[in-house]
Structures are given as structure tokens and as C-alpha cells.
Design a protein around this ligand. Structure first.
Ligand code: NAP
Length: 282
């Protein structure tokens, strides 16, 4: 039986077991996916011992993504670029690490806006400069868009992100002061919120979208609630919207394929299951 895990601290609220459990059942596979709570001080030992405990690999979540990055033997190009690892597996005696938030975000963007959406986008605006912002910017840099602006409350973190991710990419990567967002928004055909603003219990993200380009798209990676105040404001301006749940579902695909040997599909049924869990109606 193939076994996988999600490791974090705390870990009890993770929805990943629900996602992988759904796929194991849907594909009739003999496998398991379990939550493991590991304190930071014990993470290095966990990383070295998961294979001898019979695991094919697993997901890594807060606060271990940087420790996983530092501790693996090999990293995919995406993990290397983002500086964090959220997916582990063993191959030829080595521990590999990937960052699937990159493909997770991009796959959902493609599915929501339709392939070729880049034709309408020459400027993207990414709000936030944390771990998720790095994954989003790395994904957008692979697409034929002209420039990306990053704006963050703490400006120095946006500068750090731009300095780290600029090399090797033909896409212009610039920073904007948080206070100057009003000057960038009218030029941005794609806006992505990667801050925690808008999440249940957090203040809303309030942007003036009245001067957004006509067919602009607004994506929010926050998915609790699914319709964030930002997405509601975008819809009120007749802009296209992309919610955060699809990223969560799509980022799980590469890991499942590695551990269980089947490429799982993100279906309306899976989405409904996780949505019901978010809304407390499951
Ligand atoms: P993080 O590294 O802690 O970064 C948090 C970001 O939010 C920083 O840019 C921070 O700005 C900003 N922020 C927090 N409070 C703010 C406020 N009051 N005003 C303005 N900016 C504020 O977190 P992360 O891992 O990048 O995750 C960010 C969000 O994305 C979380 O809500 C997380 O749940 C969500 N997420 C979703 C998915 C998905 O699959 N959909 C995947 C990953 C993350 P400062 O630097 O100024 O503090």
C-alpha cells in the first residue's frame, strides 16, 4: 500500500487529507494520506526518516516549507525559484522537493480564463510578497506578458522578491509602493491578491477598481470565504474573477501522481466536497 502524508505544525485544519482521500477512493487505489504534526525542532529528523517509515512522500505546510527547501537532496526548478518546498518524494535514494503552488495557481488561472488569456494581458499586478506571492510571480514569469508589478505593505519585502526572481526572466519585474496602487491599477489587465487580506477574520482588501481596464481579471488566492470582498468588488465592476479554491485543488495534483502513480482530475465533485467543508455543510 502506498502511503503519503502532510506534515505541518499545527496540522489539524488542513484540507489536503480530504482532497487526496477523495482521489484515492475515486480511483480505487490502495493507499493512505495522513496528517502528521511535527514541531520545527523535529522536522529535520522527520525529513530523513519518512522513507524508513514506509512513506512514498508527502506535502509540507507551515511552518516547514523553508526547512524542507534547505533539507532536500534535489529540488525542481520551480522549488529552486520560489525558495520553498511543499511536495516531497524519494527517487533513486534521494529526497526530492517541488513547489506545486506554482503550477497549482497557473493551472487554475488557465482553466478559469481559458488558454491564451495572456493575449489580453501585458501588465499584471501582484499584491503581497510572502511565500505565495513568490509562487504566483514565478508562474506568471513563464508566460508571454510584458511586466509584473509587485506591491506589498512592507515595501522592502517586495524589493527582496523582485531581486530574487528577476534574474533569468524576460518579463519585467517592478515594484510599486502600496500607497501608489491607484496609479498601477488602470494599467493592470490582471490583478492577483496573495496577501491574507480578505480571509475570514482578517480586514478586507479594498481596491478602487473603477479605473481597471474593461476586460481585466481579478484573482484572489484566499479561499475562505470563496467570494472575498475583493472578488465581489471586481464582479460589481463586471471584471472577470478567479477564486482561490482552484489553486488549492490543482496544487495537489503533482504530488498525488508521484506517490500513487495516477494523474488525478480536479472535478466539480471534488470542488463541491471541499467547498462544503469550507462552508461547514459537509
Ligand atoms: P505570508 O508569507 O505570511 O505572507 C502574507 C502576506 O500578506 C504578506 O505580503 C503580508 O504583508 C500581507 N499582509 C498580511 N496582513 C496584511 C495587512 N493587514 N495589510 C496588508 N498586507 C498584509 O503568507 P503566504 O503563505 O504568502 O499566504 C498568503 C495568503 O495566501 C494566505 O491567506 C494563505 O491562506 C493564502 N494561500 C492560498 C493558497 C491556495 O492554494 N489558494 C496557497 C498558499 C497561500 P507584509 O509583508 O507587509 O506583512
Amino acid at each position: 500500500m502506498a502511503k503519503a502524508f502532510i506534515v505541518g505544525h499545527p496540522i489539524k485544519h488542513s484540507r489536503s487529507p480530504l482532497i487526496h482521500g477523495h482521489w484515492l477512493k475515486a480511483y480505487g487505489l490502495d493507499g493512505s494520506y495522513e496528517r502528521i504534526d511535527v514541531e520545527p525542532v523535529n522536522f529535520g529528523e522527520f525529513l530523513r526518516s519518512f522513507r524508513s517509515r514506509g512513506f512514498a512522500g508527502g506535502n509540507v505546510t507551515l511552518p516547514h516549507k523553508e526547512a524542507a527547501f534547505a533539507g532536500v537532496d534535489r529540488r525542481t526548478a520551480q522549488a529552486q525559484r520560489v525558495g520553498a518546498v511543499n511536495t516531497l518524494w524519494a527517487e533513486d535514494g534521494l529526497i526530492w522537493g517541488d513547489n506545486t503552488d506554482v503550477t497549482g495557481f497557473m493551472a487554475h488561472l488557465d482553466a478559469s480564463l481559458g488558454t491564451g488569456w495572456e493575449q489580453d494581458v501585458d501588465t499584471a499586478l501582484v499584491l503581497g510578497a510572502g511565500g505565495a506571492a513568490r509562487a504566483v510571480v514565478a508562474g506568471l514569469q513563464d508566460r508571454p506578458i510584458k511586466r509584473i508589478f509587485v506591491a506589498n505593505r512592507t515595501g522592502s519585502k517586495a524589493e527582496d522578491l523582485a531581486r530574487d526572481l528577476r534574474p533569468g526572466s524576460p518579463v519585467g519585474l517592478e515594484t510599486s509602493a502600496w500607497e501608489a496602487l491607484g496609479r498601477v491599477i488602470p494599467h493592470a489587465q490582471l490583478i492577483v491578491n496573495t496577501t491574507s487580506l480578505g480571509m475570514a477574520g482578517q480586514p478586507s482588501l479594498t481596491l478602487d477598481l473603477s479605473r481597471s481596464p474593461r476586460r481585466a481579471a481579478v484573482a484572489d488566492i484566499v479561499y475562505v470565504p470563496l467570494k472575498t470582498p475583493l472578488l465581489a468588488a471586481a464582479a460589481a465592476q463586471d471584471l472577470r474573477t478567479v477564486d482561490g479554491l482552484g489553486m488549492l485543488l490543482h496544487q495537489a495534483v503533482p504530488g498525488f501522481r508521484r506517490w500513487f502513480g495516477v494523474t488525478p482530475e480536479v472535478t466539480p465533485g471534488l470542488r463541491a466536497l471541499i467547498l462544503a467543508d469550507i462552508e461547514g455543510t459537509r
